[in-house]
Design a protein around this ligand. Sequence first.
Ligand code: M6R
Length: 593
Amino acid sequence: MCGIISALSYENNVSDSLISALSRLEYRGYDSAGIAYLDENSQLQRIRTVGKVQYLRNAVEKSNINSCIGIGHTRWATHGKVTEFNAHPHVADGVAIVHNGIIENYQELRQKLVSEGYKFESETDTEVVAKLTASHIKSGKNFVDAFKHSIGELIGTFAIVAIYEKSPDTLLGAKKGSPMAVGISPDKKSAYIASDAVALSTLADELTYLEEGDIVVVTKGEQISYTIFDMQNNIVNRQKVLNKVSLTDMSKSGYETFMLKEIYEEAIVARRTYDSYKYDIDVSKFDNVSIIACGTSFYAGVLAKYWIEKYAKIPVDVEIASEFRYRNAVLRKNSLYIFISQSGETIDTLCAMRLVKENGMKTMALVNVDSSSIAREADYVIKTEAGVEIGVASTKAFIAQILSILIMFIGKENINIDAIEKAINSVLNAGFDFARIAKKLAGGRSFFYIGRGTSYPIALEGALKIKELTYVSAEGYPSGELKHGPIAIIDEDVFTIALAPFDQYFEKTISNTQEILARDGKVLLITTEDATASLGMFKNNANIECVFLKQNEDKYYPFALTTLIHLLAYYTAKSKGYDVDKPRNLAKSVTVE
Ligand code: M6R
């Protein structure tokens, strides 16, 4: 959460790099954006705007900036409302700071700084870092030492970069809990510190990821270089890795939105996941499996439970990471602990994984970003092959996650990838009138997504997608559970999306659908062509509409259903005029608790 970029260069156009990187980082937060830089007279300047990076871009373009050093930030608000005062960078006596994470002891530090005479202009936890560094400079320390001292006083998680107007050739960064990478441009004229590889695509081909407690000092002398210090203040060498994010990954390739592009990639992703899966894991040696994740990745885990227990006969627990890490879970000895994360940076999942490691267990990460913190810290990594996912709502990553797990537990030889690819493509190419259906759904006061068996996790995923994109409350429920309470909500303004392929659960979900119709609820039934003959009772019922998927093997229905519910959420949000790539209040990478 929150995107960070900073640059030190021999060229005087760093504001261009900052703004272009911030546009790419917008998926990390878009409540406000800002930059601070040293102008041609080494004076600290700052521009901040509320809302998307485009507003900042407009303001920067009017400012005619000539600067060789600067920092930038896109904010996902934690402490303090979405206002310009709370927007980063925060400054104090010529020091400017941007931050991702949470400073837990900021109140205490703030009081101390207030007693020293510092006045605060924001409600953020970040501003204390600027003031603290300024205070150490005032007491006689140089910029680097003042920064190191300040970082040493912070409790919490952070990625922070800083500049100071009296040190125009120095750029500083610190990492604890939140990711940070440093890189130098191919022409060696500029260096950058950023929160991820996406920010640095087009800027640096090779990256160094900081480790916990590291501080990086970037300097400009005869050449641009950087030095990394570990927690004990020793100079350390960290491995360099190639920046694999390319410009094509970052483009919409002609689609109206990233989300639509990413849904349309779901069949390709399935094929790529299958083709590139080379891992050889003997799952039979484990007594049980624990899957820990958040959001959509958690739902991939719920689906995995159905498959693993059915096909591999291994008991599975699935846990929400934020609960697992604090509930004093009893860890099981011969268990395979799997952590699923698209970004690989979700702090709850990362901390849950650390907890398992601290207890002496081996950990396996299923991640889409192989340079991420989770990937770097796990004992074993399975890279999902979704490619870069930019839309805040996760779509194609879910397909890669569920297929990777299916392969891991039943083996490639038992999977018909052609059938999966065909199933997804048949939804993408079916020509369903989503715009019309979505218009109908857009009038709903709230939604239920129901399903049984493997359709239930997809119902959960469907409900999450519709609520995060359309801001209407939605619940995913096992079909059989509605009558135990939730059915009280049903009336003519509530829409139920019933996921009922013609499998062993079909009849039961159809009965539950009848119960909804009997109470005037509206139903969109997603079923399969082979169910047509069994749907006579719905003839002439204006409250139900059916969408038919192609018939398939039961275990592949989740793939087609996923693509369908993704498109449904997409078009419903579009019909309401919402920004599907950047839904309100959200961020792609959730690096705070
Ligand atoms: O990067 P992760 O898979 O760890 O992210 C987990 C959730 O934050 C994520 O799936 C979130 O729920 C999405 N916005 C859902 O579309």
